[in-house]
Design a protein around this ligand. Sequence first.
Ligand code: ZN
Length: 205
Amino acid sequence: MEFSSKLLENAVNEMSQLPGIGKRTALRLVLHLLRQPGQQTALLAESLQKMREEINFCKSCHNISDTQLCEICANPNRNEKIVCVVEDVRDVMAIENTSQYKGHYHVLGGKISPMDGIGPGELTIQSLVEKVKEGTVEELIFALSSTMEGDTTNFYIFKQIEEYDITTTTIARGISVGDELEYADEVTLGRSILHRVPFENSLKN
Ligand SMILES: [Zn+2]
């Protein structure tokens, strides 16, 4: 791509670092910003920078939060004895949208994936095991997508907490195999969490 301006080229290069944004899309977005009042770009840049500098993770569940303890963990009406294990903030949002779940979450920050260099140490598994050790948790619900990485992660965690006296369940597989949780419709995802099954059952098939 030949640019008539170095400034334009730099902006396009930076924008195209984002996932799913190729050079052509980046150019379209940059040109769009140029047509908008300058204040629009300033607000965009400022909100991104502020988010990056001030973003915080809940010290209990590791969800993205503006406060030390997220709204879900801080809510006394939510059941802290049930903990739903998810990959990231998008899954929390998807399950919250179903209005079917009143427990807590634990956000792993990804799935075990040796191909991508993600081992258990890169995730918040240790903190989950500590939480189980403390004894308040009665049930862990595995709600990772049913991919090989999701299954590996579930199994790894299951082995770490097997010795403790808690129930482990996995969401019912109304969720198609290989589907990412965030794309499941609310009704299907809501039913999956209501009709969760003992985790051991899911190991047999
Ligand atoms: Zn939290």
